[in-house]
Design a protein around this ligand. Structure first.
Ligand SMILES: [Zn+2]
Ligand SMILES: [Zn+2]
Length: 227
């Protein structure tokens, strides 16, 4: 499996793009979240994107969806992909539909398909299984557990304290990519520290002011992890 952090920030800064995490198995690529500028990050990364046909969105906030139309245009015109599938919670899907509607005729109706995802309803893409779960950040926000090649990666998007209060079972997760901006870092790290072997990647770093006392990883844009 390969993870490429295309964007690791919230609002773009000089050093960090808004969020987007590319997950690749041998034959399949999916993107989780698509902040402003992700299509350019993808080009900069040099990663092959001709099989990127599936995009998962965690919620409707701008730092997670504002790059969707630009990325669609790139994939359809330069990637020559016939149809891109976009999955997300109902509120995000409504906002994305409106964004795409504003881009006609550049993005034609048959070049994309929107799917409303629901917690606990698995989505299967070739050898990947993706299971959405509630994150309690907005009314319908979702995170995703992705399973492929006997590995499990969890991308939470923005979480709220309520997610921790539900005590998510992180026991068999290989890599947790978590956006802790809306949860006190102390609370988050205290909970995550109960899982000794969990590998945690913290996003977005714009908001973390006590990085030095965290044992977790703080990824930079365009970092690639292969495992
Ligand atoms: Zn948010
Ligand atoms: Zn956010």
């Amino acid at each position: 499996m390969k993870i490429c952090f295309l964007g690791t920030g919230s609002f773009p800064t000089a050093n960090r793009n808004s969020q987007g995490i590319l997950l690749q198995s041998k034959d399949t690529s999916v993107l989780v979240d698509c902040g402003e500028g992700i299509q350019r990050q993808l080009l900069k990364s040099g990663i092959e994107y001709k099989n990127l046909k599936h995009i998962f969105i965690t919620h409707e906030h701008m730092d997670h969806i504002d790059g969707i139309t630009g990325l669609l245009a790139l994939l359809i015109y330069q990637g020559q992909i016939d149809q891109v599938h976009i999955y997300g919670p109902s509120d995000a899907i409504k906002v994305i539909q409106a964004k795409i509607d504003s881009c006609r005729p550049i993005i034609s109706k048959d070049s994309y398909h929107l799917h409303t995802a629901q917690a606990s309803k698995p989505i299967i893409i070739s050898e990947m299984i993706i299971i959405p779960f509630d994150t309690y950040h907005t009314n319908t926000s979702l995170g995703y557990v992705l399973m492929a090649e006997n590995k499990k990666i969890m991308c939470t998007g923005d979480i709220e304290l309520k997610w921790l209060e539900h005590k998510p079972d992180l026991g068999r997760i290989d890599k947790l990519i978590v956006d802790g901006a809306h949860v006190g870092m102390k609370t988050l790290t205290t909970y995550l520290n109960t899982y000794e072997n969990l590998e945690v990647y913290l996003l977005p770093v714009n908001y973390h002011n006590s990085q030095n006392d965290i044992r977790f990883r703080i990824p930079n844009d365009l970092d690639i992890i292969e495992f």
